[in-house]
Design a protein around this ligand. Structure first.
Ligand SMILES: Nc1ncnc2c1ncn2[C@@H]1O[C@H](COP(=O)(O)OP(=O)(O)O)[C@@H](O)[C@H]1O
Ligand SMILES: [Mg+2]
Length: 391
């Protein structure tokens, strides 16, 4: 964008802000100089149905933020509102402190990577990657240099003359990524970029995207419905549910301190107990069965709460190997194995307690699978520290 155009755009934005909404949101965004993207009460309604309820959201400069959630939860809506491809029903969007709510997509200086690659089939790799530079009027020498750099970054030197159809899915997506980074956008948006690839390639490209983000230092917003992918890649994860933010936090916070049952369930596997608060470190799951928890702070005696225990925090021991009983700060129960799931390096036991409840325990796979088959008695124990009362 030329300086004159930019000034005009800014002036227009200022005028709109002044007449319609005042400066409150804008001041807030400008004061928070750390933020690259700010949503101020942004919503999107189609007909009657809100695809996105009124949302405040901030993405920090240089951050890798994932939008995670089930299908239809509003992830792509957020991404497309950032890109300018969808106009919000209410609210304002700030990019690097500037209100861009009325700035058209091309002038937002964003790079986009799509699930279906969206390459131009009749152009070869070089021309596909050069495309954004050409529409910006770059010189031939600048194009040669920048396309060369971008292709090198994604490991595609030597593929310049190939057509997209002569390349594998993984290679095509590398072209898509090269085309996105070639003009050094200040924000990169990716909508399920690995969704069309098989597991092994997905893992490999995840690593490459992570490395690229580190090298470029660009703000990156990444849409995925795959919780492992989100946890692995992101500085922070924004978990969406039904057009609302369910939780925004670091992967650690979402995993170990989920704010709701939905978050606990969506991110990783969980044991969730309905319980009643007894005192500051004890809850009752049922008559005669209390669990020691980290803390019941914020809840009163008698409150109904949910307690989360991650399966890998539950130590399962074949009953014949059990030594001493549970000590202070430790929980203990016993049952029989009702299912064994062997998942790669991890084994999960579903252990049925006498009261009918099933507790999941997960650990690094060993020959224990053979020693603890279905129907065998098993002792479970876990620490009070790992019993988290949901807020
Ligand atoms: N153009 C549209 N018209 C009507 N409803 C739409 C449109 N685009 C999206 N939606 C609805 O908005 C909701 C959120 O969609 P989307 O953001 O694409 O979800 P996600 O990317 O999380 O799968 C969905 O219920 C979807 O059906
Ligand atoms: Mg989507």
């Amino acid at each position: 964008m030329t300086h004159a155009l930019k000034r005009m755009a800014d002036a227009k934005v200022l005028a709109t802000g002044h007449q319609n909404q005042g400066f409150k949101g804008m001041e807030r965004a400008l004061l928070a100089g750390e933020d690259m993207i700010v949503f101020d009460g942004v919503s999107k309604v189609y007909g009657e149905a809100p695809a996105l309820h009124s949302t405040n959201l901030n993405v920090r400069k240089g951050e890798f933020l994932s939008l995670l959630g089930p299908s239809g939860s509003g992830k792509s809506t957020i991404l497309n509102i950032i890109a300018g491809a969808i106009a919000p029903t209410t609210g304002r969007i700030f990019l690097d402190g500037k209100d861009v709510s009325t700035v058209p997509p091309r002038d937002r200086q964003l790079g986009m990577v799509f699930q279906n690659y969206a390459l131009l089939p009749h152009l070869n790799v070089f021309d596909n990657v050069a495309f954004p530079l050409r529409i910006r009027g770059a010189s031939a020498s600048e194009i040669r240099e920048k396309v060369g750099n971008a292709l090198e970054r994604v490991g595609l030197n030597g593929y310049e003359k190939r057509k997209p159809r002569e390349m594998s899915g993984g290679q095509q997506q590398r072209v898509g990524i090269a085309r996105c980074i070639v003009y050094s956008p200040s924000v990169i948006l990716m909508d399920e970029p690995l969704g069309a690839l098989d597991k092994k390639l997905r893992d490999q490209l995840q690593g490459e995207i992570k490395r690229l983000h580190r090298e470029l230092g660009t703000t990156l917003v990444y849409v995925t419905h795959d919780q492992e992918e989100a946890l692995n890649l992101s500085d922070r994860v924004c978990l969406m549910n039904g057009g609302r933010i369910a939780q925004l936090g670091t992967p650690d916070e979402l995993y170990f301190e989920p704010v709701s049952e939905f978050v606990a369930d969506f991110v990783g596997e969980s044991n969730l107990f309905d319980a009643i608060v007894v005192d500051k470190s004890t809850v009752q799951v049922e008559a005669g069965w209390n669990i020691e928890v980290r803390t019941t702070e914020g809840h009163a005696k008698g409150d109904r709460v949910k307690v989360l225990v991650r399966p890998e925090k539950v130590v399962a021991t074949s009953a014949q190997d059990v030594g001493e009983k549970a000590g202070p700060g430790e929980n203990h129960c016993a049952g029989v194995v009702s299912q064994v799931s062997f998942v790669g390096g991890m084994t999960r036991f579903d252990v049925a307690l006498p009261n009918g409840r099933v507790v999941l325990a997960k650990g690094i796979s060993s020959r224990a699978v053979e020693r603890s088959p279905m129907g065998c008695p098993m002792e479970l124990r876990w620490s009070a520290r790992d019993s988290v009362v949901l807020k």
